[in-house]
Design a binder for this molecule. Structure first.
Ligand SMILES: Nc1ncnc2c1ncn2[C@@H]1O[C@H](COP(=O)(O)OP(=O)(O)O)[C@@H](O)[C@H]1O
Ligand SMILES: Nc1ccn([C@H]2C[C@H](O)[C@@H](COP(=O)(O)OP(=O)(O)O)O2)c(=O)n1
Length: 222
């Protein structure tokens, strides 16, 4: 029997990570935040003075990325870097290096290795289309750009960070455009992914929808 995988792809700040982590906890599955791998690679490049445009050099860093997920937090070479990788600057860097095919190839097998019994919930941009094409359930989770900017703004403020709403909205538009326009693994709803627009939903309602779809998909023998 293949190991269950639920993929949750979608645009920035739609709530993918929040929903994916809760679904994973409720099902007792592992959780992979694939965006964190791209963010860690961007941070690693910045710290190593490697340009985000230098495809071969960034791919080499990605292949040997000293990344670790521990207790819901992210470490780079043993250093706690959760706050650094969540900045909008590193988000833009992650989006830039994610457009480089050699970087995506370098991270592919590392992502697949997270598929372990009893199951995996993962979020990103291409988890259903490229990394786990045979996933049990594929969700495309989205929300309007204004709603997403507002969510990211509140998230940053609640962590005590400074945040500028118009700037966040502009970043979201830029990142959406770049993630959707790239030639490798562009962000889009695949025909076999179920659409979950959370613009008018609470986190609990979004989580319930995913769980109900997962029960349906499991019952149909996928
Ligand atoms: N209905 C909802 N579904 C998911 N997240 C929501 C919802 N409403 C508000 N949020 C909030 O949106 C913020 C961004 O969510 P996050 O999981 O970081 O998004 P993403 O992983 O897509 O970038 C979080 O603070 C989350 O609690
Ligand atoms: N599977 C993935 C995950 C992220 N990326 C890229 C594209 C995104 O702009 C960056 C950051 O992803 P992340 O999911 O952390 O970003 P958000 O939290 O949605 O703002 O990485 C990707 O190309 N493929």
């Amino acid at each position: 029997m293949t190991i269950a995988v639920i993929t949750i792809d979608g645009p920035s700040a739609s709530g993918k990570g929040t929903v994916a982590a809760r679904v994973a906890r409720l099902l007792g599955f592992a959780y992979l935040d694939s965006g964190a791998l791209y963010r860690l690679t961007a941070l690693h490049a910045k710290r190593s003075s490697v340009s985000w445009n230098d495809e071969e050099a960034v791919a080499a860093l990605a292949r040997a990325l000293p990344a670790e997920f521990r207790d819901d937090a992210v470490f780079l070479a043993g250093e706690f870097v959760e706050a650094e990788i969540r900045s909008e600057e590193i988000g833009m860097g992650a989006s830039a290096i994610a457009a480089l095919p050699a970087v995506r190839a370098a991270l592919l097998e590392r992502q697949r290795a997270y598929r372990q019994a009893p199951g995996l919930v993962t979020d990103g941009r291409d988890m259903g289309s490229v990394v786990f094409p045979d996933a049990t359930l594929k969700v495309f989770l989205t929300a309007g750009a204004d709603v997403r900017a507002d969510r990211r703004y509140k998230q940053l403020i609640s962590k005590g960070d400074s945040a500028n709403l118009p700037r966040i909205l502009q970043d979201i538009h830029e990142r959406d455009a770049r993630d959707a326009a790239r030639t490798v693994a562009p962000l889009r709803q695949e025909p076999d992914a179920r659409l979950l627009d959370t613009s008018d939903m609470t986190v609990e309602q979004a989580v319930e929808s995913v769980l109900a779809w997962y029960r349906e998909a499991s019952a149909s023998g996928h």
